[in-house]
Design a protein around this ligand. Structure first.
Ligand code: ADQ
Length: 495
């Protein structure tokens, strides 16, 4: 397949992810309103001009009736999206259960649920069954839409079973799988009751990708130790088949952020924010409200900083924007109350009649408001306890061309590997160390800030989401060519 030849039709790419990049709201019996949400993955794929990409995934709504399903399928087709319809019980057991309550915390080193061992063990099995069933439903939709020559790119921990489901029915399908979270040490992965099944299923893919070299290494050693397979510098060998394993660090569409800063409404917003916080340094945290983001630890470190540096108390403000997610899960409700309580205590302690040290917002900001906030920030504070990559750090850097603020970044975020040399790296569990870094960041001389910013800006603007997606898909294509060469190798070898 020669992708350079303009006369050939574009190669089709089927992107399979748990959620479609669309929010669907039912307007009537057979009418739907759709809105595309432009996240990192969507803009990455928009940049892949040489492929004809379509999405397969769940639309995030329960549509039990056939009329509704038909209408939604038709509406989504215009956006090149193909829905997988999951019923409520499957969503509960597969998505809330196995994905978010088991794999997500475990892959972020937060352990497995352990309230009641026996009932947990039983529910593990039923949730794992639902997980496999859901993955099979995704596979069915892929098979229905697959055309020879298509490349299938599966995303994330929700779909670890998918490569196997796809290959079982058609071994010629070219399958890649990419994990957006960390892949933990094999010592952590081996706690999972379904540890073998998941590894074997992922290995059915032709190419397996992670954000960092460390995650790739953990995956290979899990395959070596748990499955007894051979790891090679290229990947994992399993019964004569090589699954390529490599690191593909994601990026952002940096131009989209840089261009947004020029817009009049963003400029107005920047002006307002500057006036609002005149005379104070602005520190910023932007996270989904999730235990992995280390929000309580971050706020406690800020409190320690204020305690030890009274001269800064009325000269700095921390804006923490935490969009709530998974609000029906009790642990997330607990986290929300905990954060509110700490913020209230600190504001009560250090606030005055006219100003408080922490502004905490429980909501999402629109893209332009977010860009303006990034642009006026002096210090970004990212203290994830674990994070696959962390795109907020990249977005902050992209918006800092004039301010050249400081990035304080957790060493447990994947981004520490790419932006580490241009950031103050911290262990988020070490509150005193984070507090000291806040002080260092606020007092950093301009030339040092400039040097660190340049390093990061160069990285963020050259390692973009488009480049990430293009590299992954091109490597997936090469893998396939190599696999074909291997099968043909013997007859073609000169004697
Ligand atoms: P997330 O855990 O969601 O992604 P992150 O990479 O930081 O984490 O991306 C969050 C996105 O949501 C950013 O684009 C950010 O702008 C946006 N966002 C967060 N809070 C917001 C708010 N309050 N208002 C508006 N927008 C907000 C997962 C992994 C990461 C990995 C990505 C991509 O957990 O580690 O980097 O996938 O692979």
């Amino acid at each position: 397949y020669d992708r350079q030849d303009q006369r050939l039709p574009k190669q089709r790419l089927l992107v399979v992810a748990n959620r479609l990049p669309v929010s669907a709201v039912r307007q009537g019996k057979d009418s739907w309103q759709l809105e595309i949400s432009v996240g990192g993955l969507v803009s990455a794929l928009l940049g892949l001009k040489e492929f004809d990409a379509r999405w397969i995934g769940w639309a995030g709504v329960n549509v039990p009736d056939e009329t509704g399903q038909e209408a939604l399928t038709k509406a989504l087709a215009e956006k090149k999206c193909i829905p997988v319809f999951l019923d409520e019980d499957t969503v509960h057991q597969y998505y809330n259960g196995y994905c978010n309550n088991i794999i997500w915390p475990l892959f972020h080193y937060l352990g497995l649920p352990q309230e009641d061992r026996l009932s947990t063990t039983r529910s593990f099995q039923s949730q794992f069954d639902a997980y496999k069933k859901a993955n099979q439903m995704f596979a069915n939709v892929v098979h229905e839409n697959y055309e020879e020559g298509d490349v299938v790119w599966c995303h994330d921990y929700h779909l670890m079973f998918l490569p196997r489901c796809l290959k079982e029915k058609n071994s010629n399908i070219k399958v890649g799988w990419f994990l957006h979270t960390p892949f933990p040490s094999s010592e952590i992965h081996r706690m999972l009751p379904s540890r073998r099944d998941l590894l074997e299923s992922v290995l059915a893919a032709d190419l397996v990708g992670f954000h960092t070299y460390d995650y790739a290494r953990h995956f290979v050693s899990a395959c070596t130790r748990i499955l007894g397979l051979e790891g090679t510098p290229e990947g994992v060998e399993n019964q004569g088949k090589l699954t390529r394993v490599a690191a593909f660090p994601i990026g952002i569409d940096s131009d989209r952020f840089i261009r947004a800063l020029e817009l009049p409404q963003v400029q107005d917003h920047i002006k307002e924010l500057k006036e609002r916080f005149a005379g104070r340094k602005v520190m910023l945290g932007v996270d989904r409200l999730d235990m992995i983001k280390g929000i309580p630890q971050k706020i406690l470190a800020f409190e320690e900083f204020l305690e030890e540096n009274p001269e800064w108390r009325d000269k700095v403000v921390l804006l923490q924007i935490a969009v709530p997610t998974r609000t029906d899960v009790p642990e997330y409700q607990k986290l929300s109350s905990q954060v509110h309580e700490i913020v209230g205590r600190i504001n009560g302690r250090f606030g005055t009649l006219t100003a408080v040290p922490i502004h905490h917002l429980d909501r999402s900001l629109d893209f332009h408001a977010l860009c303006a906030l990034y642009a006026v920030t002096d210090v970004a504070l990212i203290t994830s306890l674990r994070d696959g990559m962390n795109l907020v750090s990249y977005e902050f850097v992209a918006c800092q061309a004039s301010k050249k603020g400081v990035l304080i970044l957790s060493e447990f975020a994947g981004a520490a590997q790419s932006l580490g040399a241009g950031a103050l790296l911290v262990n988020p569990w070490n509150i005193a160390e984070v507090a000291a870094s806040i002080s260092q960041a606020l007092n950093m001389p301009a030339d040092e800030r400039e040097k660190m910013h340049q390093h990061n800006f160069m990285h963020v603007t050259t390692h973009t989401s488009q480049e990430w997606a293009a590299t992954f898909v091109s490597e997936l294509n090469d893998t396939i060519i190599e696999a074909q060469l291997r099968t043909r190798q013997v007859p073609f070898l000169p004697v």
